[in-house]
Every structure is written in structure tokens, then in C-alpha cells.
Design a protein around this ligand. Structure first.
Ligand code: ADP
Length: 467
């Protein structure tokens, strides 16, 4: 099958639709016009039949004859000249006929007589009466108490010629309208589709390397402008996500390269000369530390990649928030003890939330880990749970350095490390909170931070309560 482009398809459909409409309109108009012309002919015949009846009724003293000329001093009359007239009784016997019939007689068929006897006026078109088609009107009349029929006929040549001329006129006008409509349609399609061609040409040029390019705006306020604006917004979002992806890849490579370089340097240094067993052990232990950091980092990267891929995440189920919090606090106990940080819990006996338990454990562990990590020695980390409407809010606050106001919107970004992390040289690569946000939002919750620089940070994890 031939594939037409949009413009041609629109034009062909337009052409077919307008053509059909015009054909139907012309056929209808032609039919109505020929009916009107025939009606006009019949009316003239009827007028003449009634005139003839009146004249005959008024003149019963003479035998029946046709009044070929206008009677007495009456005005000149056209109708009679080109019409045949015949008076018959209802058995078909002819009583009078106009002279212009010559030896011919108007037909009086049995079915016609039957209809006349039933009092019907009968109009017929005769195709075999003489050289031209003839219209014959037979009208039942009563003259002097007897039933007769007056038959009046005329040639249809003029009427048919008029109808034929009208048909030709309809045809020419329809063809003209069709041509004009198709031409204007083509011009309209050209105008409408030109901006699309420009958009397509520009869009072809926009590749991964030219994502900053935008589609040309038509400078109007119409559908085309809305399409271009929507596509340009989409391009902006794609550009942003490409940039984020590029930054992410660069940051990830950087974070992977540093421990690998350290590992390599350590191994090279150790292998430079034979060493004591204790020295080898110390070197291997240090290498193990780097490997652990690397595997932690790759684990986090993998988790982010999975979250980005939007694959099937663990389905939310009702889980006991309190036991997850207790578990996290217990696991962090040794580290808190080492840093002399007190973990204070102010939580109800039972709160059930509707989330995936592994995601929740990960988030809680991460936020608590940060709180302990950034807390000064001998301070307190408080964990509490508040119920707000249909949500449970886990609040983790510490007495650490807090977060600078300008850093707050960025701490949930990937690889972002704040001034506190750099100043305290805290371990980490800045992925923890990014993962937390993705996990919490994936479970229909929200994570936020309230902080004032120098007076600690308070993280709030809002989770949907189980029904
Ligand atoms: P990381 O802790 O590995 O740097 P995170 O994503 O967990 O990465 O945190 C991002 C940044 O947020 C941290 O570098 C730190 O600057 C800031 N931050 C997170 N938690 C706290 C906290 N409890 N107190 C102060 N700053 C914090």
C-alpha cells in the first residue's frame, strides 16, 4: 500500500469528503430542480384544462369543440399554441380534440380511464408520442351532468433542455468549487504544516551532544506554539537528567578511583622490599579497609542504579516501626558508645506503618548513622515518633554542627558533601541521604531536615500509617 505523508493524506481525505458532499448536493439540487420544472409544466397544463372546462361548460348549446383561440374579445393567450387538447368520456370515446393533433390522438389506456373514473388527476410522460417527449395531464371533469376527461399535453423538449442546462451548470459549479476548495486546502495545509517541517528538521539536529538546542518557536499563541513549548520543556528535562547522569558518572568514577589509587599505592609500597610478618598484616588490614569502603560504595551505586531503573520495588506492607527503630539503635550502639554519644528513644509501644521493611531499615540506619557521625563527643541523639494525621513521623535530632542554610536543599543530592562532613573529615561519599530520599519517596513518604547552623540537625521521616 502506498504510504502518503500527512499533508497528502489530509488533502486526499479533504478532496474525497468535499467531492462527496458536492456530488450529493448536486444530485439533490438536480432532482429538486427537475421536479420543480415538471411541476411548473403540470400546473400550466392544469390551468389550461380548467380554462377549457369552463369555456365548454359555458357553451353547452354547441357540440363539444376545442377553443383554439381566445373567445370573443378576450386578451391574446399563449398557452394554447403549443399544447394538444382532447375531450373524452370515461370510456375513452373522443368528443373533441385540438386541430394541431392532426390525425393523432392522445392515448386513453384502460388503466388511465380507470384512474379517471376514480376521480384522480393523472400526469404521464410519453416518450413515444411523436418526435419529442410529451407531458400529458388528464383531468376528470363534469360537463352538463356527464363525466368527461380533459386531456392536455405539451412537449417536454424545452423543460428537458432547461433541466439539462441546469445539470451542466451544477456540474461546472461543483467542479469549480471542488477545485477551489482543494486549492485553498492545499495552501492551508502548507501553512499549517510548514512549522512542523521546521520542527522536524531542527529536531533531527538535536542529538545527545546538542541537547542545549531548542526547537524554533513559531511566535504565536496557538496549538503549534504549545506543542513547541511542551517539546522544549521536555528537552530541558532531558538535558537536566543527562547533565545529572554525566555528573553522577564523573563523581562515581572519581570516588572509585581514590580508594583504588590508595590501594594500589599501599600494595606497591608493601611489595617494594621484603617485610616482617607484622608489617604485611598491617598493610593487608589497611587494604581490607579500602576494599570495604569500595564495596560499600559500589553497593550504594548499585542501589541507586536500581532505584533509577524504576524496577519493581519491594511492595509496602504493614510493619512495626518501633521494632525497626529499636533494632537500628541497637546496631548503632557500639559506635555510639565509642563516640560517647547517648541514643535516647522517646517512642510509643507500637506504631504500624505501611512500607517495605528493608527500605525503612536502610533509611533509619542511615539517618541515625549520620546523627551519631556528626554528633560531638558526649552529646545526645534523640529518636522520637509523632503521629500526624494519617502519617507517622520519625524525628531524629542531634546536637551536631547542623547544616548551613544554603546547603539544606543540596544535602539530598547525589555525592553532595556539606561543610560539616569536610570539616570533621567524616567518612562517606555523599550518597546516603540521596538513597534515603529515593527510598522514602518510593514508599509514598517524605524526608526533610530542620536545622540551624551550630545547633544541631533534626531529620523528619514521614511515613504512611498502616490502615
Ligand atoms: P555523607 O554523610 O556520606 O557525606 P549523606 O548523603 O549521608 O552523605 O549526607 C550528605 C551531607 O549532609 C553530609 O555530607 C553532611 O554535610 C550533611 N549531613 C547529613 N546528616 C547530617 C547531620 N546529622 N548533621 C550535620 N550534617 C549532616
Amino acid at each position: 500500500m502506498i504510504q502518503l505523508n500527512l499533508k497528502r493524506r489530509v488533502l486526499v481525505r479533504h478532496f474525497v469528503a468535499v467531492g462527496l458532499i458536492l456530488a450529493l448536493a448536486s444530485l439533490g439540487a438536480n432532482w429538486a430542480f427537475s421536479r420543480m420544472v415538471l411541476g411548473q409544466v403540470d400546473q400550466e397544463l392544469l390551468d389550461l384544462a380548467l380554462t377549457e372546462t369552463n369555456l365548454t361548460t359555458a357553451d353547452l348549446s354547441h357540440p363539444f369543440h376545442i377553443h383554439e383561440r381566445s373567445p370573443g374579445t378576450g386578451p391574446p393567450s399563449f398557452p394554447r399554441l403549443d399544447k394538444f387538447i382532447q375531450i373524452v368520456d370515461l370510456d375513452g370515446q373522443i368528443f373533441a380534440h385540438s386541430a394541431n393533433l392532426g390525425t393523432a390522438r392522445l392515448p386513453t389506456s384502460a388503466p388511465l380511464l380507470q384512474k379517471l373514473r376514480a376521480g384522480e388527476k393523472v400526469g404521464e410522460t410519453l416518450h413515444d408520442f411523436g418526435e419529442e417527449p410529451v407531458r400529458l395531464l388528464s383531468v376528470p371533469v363534469v360537463i352538463g351532468n356527464h363525466a368527461y376527461a380533459i386531456q392536455v399535453a405539451t412537449s417536454l423538449a424545452d423543460a428537458n433542455a432547461t433541466v439539462r442546462l441546469a445539470r451542466l451548470l451544477f456540474l461546472v459549479v461543483s467542479a469549480g468549487i471542488l477545485g477551489a476548495v482543494v486549492l485553498t486546502g492545499a495552501m492551508l495545509a502548507q501553512t499549517v504544516l510548514r512549522p512542523i517541517d521546521q520542527i522536524v528538521r531542527r529536531a533531527r539536529m538535536i542529538g545527545e551532544s546538542a541537547l542545549a538546542e531548542r526547537l524554533p518557536h513559531p511566535g504565536t499563541q496557538d496549538e503549534m506554539a504549545r506543542l513547541v513549548e511542551t517539546l522544549n520543556d521536555m528537552l530541558a528535562r532531558i538535558e537536566q537528567s543527562f547533565d545529572a547522569q554525566r555528573r553522577f558518572t564523573a563523581d562515581a568514577s572519581h570516588e572509585l578511583r581514590s580508594p583504588l589509587s590508595r590501594l594500589r599505592a599501599e600494595l606497591e609500597l608493601t611489595l617494594r622490599r621484603p617485610r616482617e610478618r607484622a608489617e604485611y598484616e598491617a598493610a593487608l588490614r589497611s587494604c581490607l579497609g579500602e576494599v570495604e569502603r569500595l564495596s560499600h560504595l559500589t553497593g550504594e551505586l548499585l542501589m541507586l542504579a536500581r532505584l533509577d531503573a524504576g524496577g519493581p520495588s519491594e511492595a509496602p506492607v504493614p510493619v512495626d516501626l518501633v521494632s525497626i527503630l529499636r533494632e537500628a539503635v541497637k546496631r548503632l550502639g557500639p559506635e555510639a558508645l565509642r563516640r560517647n554519644v547517648a541514643l535516647v528513644m522517646d517512642i510509643p509501644a507500637e506504631v504500624s506503618v505501611n512500607v517495605a521493611s528493608t527500605a525503612l531499615s536502610h533509611v533509619v540506619a542511615n539517618v541515625l548513622d549520620n546523627a551519631v557521625k556528626y554528633s560531638p563527643l558526649g552529646s545526645e541523639v534523640r529518636v522520637s515518633v509523632a503521629i500526624e494525621g494519617s502519617a507517622a513521623v520519625v524525628v531524629v535530632s542531634d546536637a551536631g554542627p547542623g547544616i548551613l542554610e544554603e546547603e539544606v536543599p543540596r544535602v539530598f543530592e547525589r555525592f553532595y558533601r556539606g561543610s560539616a562532613a569536610r570539616r570533621l573529615e567524616a567518612p562517606g561519599v555523599g550518597l546516603g541521604l540521596a538513597i534515603c530520599r529515593a527510598l522514602v519517596e518510593g514508599q509514598g513518604g517524605r524526608i526533610s531536615v530542620d536545622t540551624a547552623h551550630g545547633s544541631g540537625a533534626t531529620f523528619r521521616i514521614r511515613l504512611p500509617l498502616a490502615a
